[in-house]
Design a protein around this ligand. Structure first.
Ligand code: T4K
Length: 376
């Protein structure tokens, strides 16, 4: 007997700290009347995140999109940047906003990330960088991309919006490329309601990033570069300090739920699970399946719509493909014949609800509902 949920079950829910603890931290802000402009809690959260994410330097920002803009600007990227079409709009929009031409590269059919084997064919004399996305927390081919970047003297920026705490062979994800952006939006495993950051390995670069997020102001007498307002405020920072204490417990809960999904769905023909990559510590940001219409007998869109009748709200991330937006579809690299894998997977991917508040029972129920849609 299939059970409809009594309340909507969303793709994710924010991790929230105990309100009393949060209020105590807010009280200190009220007492000090210091609300923003790189206050004590901003600095403390930067330090704690450096430790947690095992990166040398990290700079907090007001959101992940601004962090990405600052990354591209501080590295001096211009001309053309090669990126993936299978991502949230922000990744590509920031290029356009900085007057950089996005060049779309097809994605790898296993990781769904930019296909490193196809990057070199897109490099021209205008290419200045590669913007990879660790989509759904699965790492890009960071070693392949590093080789290409070295050979062609390109900068590498990673959008790690989904990859909080991911490691490859024990090495933290923020240590690859020139800069790594983490988003701390409410929908992320770790969040500050809105927020983001840039991680880097170079002290001088961190200093320039810090200037850039504060209008380029060095002191009351000097403005040394063309910056912007990218600062995270103190309320966001204390929320982050509280949420950070809960993150590892949340990750553990999500791991159990993901394993439950995998067990319940692994034998269902036409429900394709994302491959698990050896030696990767996961973020458990999303639980993603691909619906193979021929084998399952129903399309991803059918499943997505039908789940709603049971109060289950999955998401078709990242449909539509960025290369198919009106603002990019006329680019040469956006032609669907050049992006066959991305155009296929974008019609198959479905993110199912994953957050620690769900029970194993809830996940089993979602799986049973989904299985009931299969054509026999
Ligand atoms: N790069 C990548 C690869 C990204 O995925 C993102 C953001 C960025 C860059 C840019 O980073 P930010 O500038 O945002 O820091 C959500 C998030 O707003 C967005 O941050 C995130 N990616 C994207 C994947 O998801 P929507 O349009 O799907 O949000 P929304 O409002 O539909 O929320 C999704 C579900 O989350 C809701 O159905 C319910 C739940 N939810 C949401 C909010 C806001 C809550 O339970 N509580 C909440 O407060 O974009």
């Amino acid at each position: 007997m299939l059970k409809s949920f009594s309340k909507p079950i969303y793709v994710t829910r924010p991790l929230l700290p105990d309100l009393v603890e949060f209020k105590q931290k807010l009280q200190k802000i009220w007492d000090a009347k210091w609300l923003t402009n790189i206050g004590d809690d901003h600095r403390l959260l930067e330090k704690e995140l450096c430790d947690h994410l095992q990166v040398l330097y990290l700079s907090l920002m007001n959101n992940g999109t601004v962090a990405l803009m600052i990354a591209l600007k501080v590295l001096g990227l211009k001309g053309e940047v090669i990126t993936t079409p299978f991502t949230f709009p922000a990744t590509v929009h920031v290029l356009e906003w900085l007057g950089i031409k996005p060049v779309f590269c097809d994605v790898d059919p296993v990781t769904l990330n930019i296909d490193s084997r196809k990057i070199e064919g897109l490099i021209t004399d205008k290419t200045t960088g590669i913007l990879g996305v660790h989509v759904f927390g699965t790492p890009c081919d960071v070693f392949g991309i590093e080789k290409i970047a070295k050979k062609h003297n390109l900068k590498v920026v990673y959008d790690a919006a989904h990859a909080f705490g991911v490691e490859i062979d024990g090495k933290a994800i923020g240590n690859f490329g020139d800069l790594t952006m983490f988003s701390f939006h409410a929908t992320k495993l770790f969040h500050t309601a809105e927020g983001g950051s840039l991680a880097c390995k170079d002290e001088e670069l961190k200093k320039r990033i810090d200037l850039m997020k504060n209008f380029g102001i060095k002191n009351e007498e000097e403005v040394v570069l063309s910056g912007i307002n990218g600062k995270m405020n103190e309320m966001q920072a204390v929320l982050g300090l509280c949420v950070l204490d809960l993150v590892e417990e949340e990750r553990g809960k999500r791991e159990l739920l993901e394993n439950t999904y995998r067990n319940c769905l692994k034998a269902v023909d036409g429900v394709v699970l994302l491959s698990e990559i050896d030696n990767v510590k996961k973020s458990y940001q999303y639980f993603v399946v691909r619906i193979d219409k021929d084998r399952f007998g129903k399309s991803r869109d059918y499943v997505y719509e039908k789940l709603k009748e049971y109060n289950v709200f999955g998401r078709k991330y990242f449909y539509p493909l960025c290369s198919n937006y009106p603002c990019y579809k006329d680019l040469e690299s956006a032609d669907s014949s050049r992006l066959p894998v991305a155009n296929k997977v974008v019609d198959e991917v479905l993110c199912l609800p994953l957050y620690g508040e769900l029970s194993v029972n809830d996940v089993e129920n979602i799986c049973n509902i989904l299985k009931s849609f299969k054509s026999v």
